[in-house]
Design a binder for this molecule. Structure first.
Ligand SMILES: [Zn+2]
Ligand SMILES: [Zn+2]
Length: 819
């Protein structure tokens, strides 16, 4: 290398200088005819605001932190630390790399130094993150703190030492659940001195998993309480809406939030990108649809090829595995056409790969052998891959927190970076690229979990009872529904009621998987060689691995020969047909009970329990090039039952008629409103449209009225439908606006069409959907006062019959189908 060779830190020695974000963006947007950029937000560099060290922080700790370059805390760090040290439960919810760890390290380490008996428990969602944190604390070199990881990788020989002598123990909720709490006898010395419980990345505890973790934390509090201990909880969260409420639900305690980020950050040029509408007949992706945008996957692949060709080290985030494979394959092809061999510098990365494959890809990108990587969200946590020049985000990643975490992979070393959000053909994505205030303004979504889910509560109470008999006082700790859950466990014969409480009767402990949805992952095996290609989560297996399905792995194409659900294994063979496969399912729904409702004259809004039955019955083969449907083939897969929570609204036929909706348009209007409502719900709750399902019908036997249902795709519910009910006014207003503001004529995937419609997006009526939602919004009180109902509600659950559904959007299972 000559002295004049331009070298920037972290880049390979033979790379040209990297363009500024503005230059790079100019080059990208000049590539197509129209301008796909709907908004450019320059997120300016922000100077930090320091605060003095808290008076109680010992000199030894300050000196150790100063050696690591921390001269003084940022204001938000000091504020959270002060609250925690004063004994208040606190959540610090600020941006990526804002130094949240100092907020809990300060009070925790100060306490360990001041009180040689005190202990601290740290929880991270992944082992990798706990290992990072261990390194950070150990590097401070503080005497007597004795930090140690205690997880599945900890050698047996070390475990006993950690239990006896560890003072700063780092673990994860799974280990707390499976190891520490069941073995609380061995941990009594640690628990009776526990001063702080640190819950890092607590926004990841959402939905069903979050509801389980909420009860694991209550079990921990119960064990501490037996020793008269009430540890202070310090939680760290990515930016989210209403973090105090979410943290309160997670811990069951009153929690104060610190949300004002006072850390400095580098500038990011953030572009919102809407792929252009395709002219009729050209480059059609799906022949069913009247108007089609260029797919976000193709657009992202082209952008990735362009940035890599410009020598810009780029990470493209794609929501699905299949999508990541497609983006990498297309970018490679485009690069090879331009410069043979250049395609080899792009690869795909996703969670389903085997560990060795992932490590190798990381190494290659870090060393610059690779310039472009298309990844699922697998990189979001615990992997030290930062300092990239550009980040492409293919489709809204579901939460603002994820968006910023992904964008945060770019330019952390202090330089300017480019981030591009490429909108998918989807109502929420379209809404967001045209409403940048929803992205760059205040946080919009809250982390949602539902500890009262009986499918979570009952098994968690069984675990608690196996640890120590439950007392009536414990029922308060576990919250709403605990008494009913205990009664059901007594009835099932696993708990015995005695005057002193409830006792676990079995010899074996209950087997409860915190992350499980009941369906184990399915292995994908190459039949001829027995090679394990990867895994697919159980819920998705019917959609992705049915016989005849085309399965992509690292750009290579396979076709499924057989799916053995009992063995959890799919056999495949290499084959590259010129079609893709799309599974179809049928769904019916019946109302079991109503929890709460709003009676708004001709309009009703309900929250309640429903039974959903769905079955993958067939799949379509479509030509990759044209989207043309070749044929539809039947499948023989078992139906799946789901009891869950739904929100639904009803309208009287008279109100629809007087608003001008013709009877013939009612089915299409409800169907279109349902699709868009599902698409927009993630704006209100941290779910994505694959976590929820829906069903609309012009006459439902249980409601006896035109009805739109939206339900949680998880047994017992996950809190999403409940959130929809509580924010119905805002949610349905955004839904209405998304439809009304879409530039298409009769409905498109950006407004009322759905990628997972069980009815092939038919019938749909865009304009009548707006009218339907106007009727709902006009009648619904702005702040609906929920009314609790009793068993004598007008909706008689006993009369529930399978619905004659017009349409069904099955939740879950289909996360991979946007490839
Ligand atoms: Zn549209
Ligand atoms: Zn549909």
């Amino acid at each position: 290398m000559t002295p004049a060779a331009p070298v920037s830190a972290g880049h390979g020695p033979d790379r040209p200088p990297v363009a500024t974000p503005a230059e790079l963006l100019r080059g990208l947007r000049g590539r197509t005819g129209g301008d796909p950029v709907t908004h450019v937000e320059r997120v300016p560099a922000r100077p930090g605001e320091r605060a003095p060290w808290p008076g109680w922080a010992p000199e030894e700790l300050r000196a150790a932190l100063a050696r690591r370059g921390v001269v003084a805390p940022w204001r938000h760090q000091a504020e959270a630390a002060e609250l925690a040290y004063a004994g208040r439960h606190v959540v610090v919810a600020t941006g990526t790399a804002s130094g949240k760890s100092l907020a809990y390290q300060l009070p925790a380490l100060a306490t360990l130094l001041a009180d040689p008996r005190a202990t601290v428990l740290y929880l991270a969602p992944t082992k990798a993150l706990a290992a990072d944190q261990l390194r950070a604390v150990a590097d401070l070199g503080l005497d007597g703190v004795r930090p140690a990881c205690y997880d599945g990788d900890t050698p047996r020989a070390e475990r006993d030492w950690i239990r006896r002598h560890g003072r700063f123990v780092l673990t994860n909720p799974d280990m707390l659940h499976h190891g520490i709490l069941p073995g609380h006898g061995h941990w009594s010395g640690f628990l009776r001195r526990l001063a702080y419980v640190i819950v890092d990345e607590c926004h990841t505890y959402r939905g069903v998993f979050g509801s389980h973790v909420a009860h694991v934390l209550r079990r921990l509090r119960r064990q501490c309480a037996r020793f008269g201990r009430t540890p202070v909880f310090v939680l760290a969260s990515a930016t989210s809406g209403d973090p105090a409420t979410a943290a309160g639900r997670l811990t069951g305690l009153p929690v104060t939030a610190v949300t004002e980020d006072a850390s400095p950050r580098g500038g990011v040029t953030f572009a919102l990108w809407e792929p252009p509408l395709l002219p009729a007949d050209a480059d059609r992706v799906d022949a069913d649809l009247a108007t089609v945008r260029r797919s976000a996957l193709r657009e992202t692949a082209d952008l990735l090829a362009d940035t890599v060709a410009a020598g810009v080290r780029t990470l493209a985030f794609v929501r699905s595995r299949k999508g990541a494979e497609v983006v990498a394959a297309n970018a490679r092809r485009a690069l090879d056409e331009a410069v043979p061999g250049l395609g080899a510098r792009v690869a795909a990365y996703r969670g389903g790969y085997l560990r060795e494959e992932r490590r190798e890809l990381e190494r290659a990108l870090l060393h610059g052998d690779l310039l472009g990587l298309a990844s699922t969200n697998a990189l979001e946590l615990g992997v030290d891959l930062v300092g990239l020049d550009a980040v492409l985000i293919c489709g809204w990643p579901g939460t603002r927190a994820s968006l910023w975490q992904q964008a945060g992979r770019a330019g952390r070393s202090g330089g300017e970076a480019l981030a591009v959000l490429v909108a998918r053909d989807d109502p929420l994505d379209t809404y967001l690229v045209h409403h940048p205030e929803a992205l760059f303004g205040r946080p919009v979504e809250a982390t949602v979990l539902d500890p009262a889910n009986p499918y979570v509560l009952a098994p968690q109470l069984a675990c608690a009872a196996a640890e120590a008999p439950l007392t009536p006082a414990d029922l308060d700790l576990f919250g709403d529904g605990a008494k009913e859950a205990v009664d059901s466990l007594v009835e099932a014969g696993v708990l015995r009621q005695r005057p002193t409480g409830w006792y676990w009767r079995e010899r074996e402990r209950p087997q409860v998987d915190l992350r499980g949805e009941g369906a184990a992952p399915v292995c994908v095996v190459e039949a001829a060689t027995g090679r394990l290609l990867g895994t697919v989560d159980g819920g998705s297996s019917h959609f992705l691995l049915h016989p005849g399905a085309v399965y992509l792995h690292q750009g290579a194409s396979y076709v499924v020969d057989s799916l053995d659900l009992a063995d959890g294994c799919a056999l495949v063979h290499p084959e590259e047909p010129d079609w893709s496969t799309h599974a179809r399912d049928v769904t019916s729904l019946s109302v079991v009970s109503v929890r709460s409702y709003v009676d708004a004259g001709p309009v009703g809004l309900f929250l309640g329990e429903v039974d959903v039955t769905s079955q993958v019955v067939s799949y379509q083969r479509r030509r990759i090039a044209s989207g043309e449907v070749i044929d539809t083939r039947p499948l023989d897969l078992p139906a799946r039952e789901l009891r869950t929570v739904a929100v639904w609204f009803t309208l009287s036929p008279q109100s629809l008629a007087s608003a001008g909706v013709e009877p013939a348009d009612v089915p299409g209007a409800l169907h279109a409103a349902e699709h868009a409502a599902i698409g927009l719900l993630p704006l209100m709750a941290t779910c994505d449209r694959w976590d929820i399902g829906g069903l609309s019908t012009a006459l439902h036997p249980d409601t006896e009225a035109p009805t739109v249902f939206v339900y949680d795709g998880h047994p017992g519910g996950a809190g999403f439908a409940e959130r929809a009910y509580r924010t119905a006014g805002q949610w349905l207003r955004a839904t209405r606006d998304a439809i009304a503001e879409c530039g298409c004529e009769a409905g498109c995937p950006s407004c009322v069409q759905s990628p997972k419609c069980g009815n092939g997006n038919n019938p749909l009526s865009k304009s009548a959907a707006v009218t339907v939602l106007d009727v709902v919004l006009t009648n619904l009180p702005a702040d609906p006062p929920p009314r609790q109902t009793g068993p004598a509600d007008a909706l008689d659950a006993a009369a529930a019959r399978p619905a004659d559904a017009l349409d069904a959007e099955t939740a879950g299972g289909g996360r991979e189908r946007d490839g």
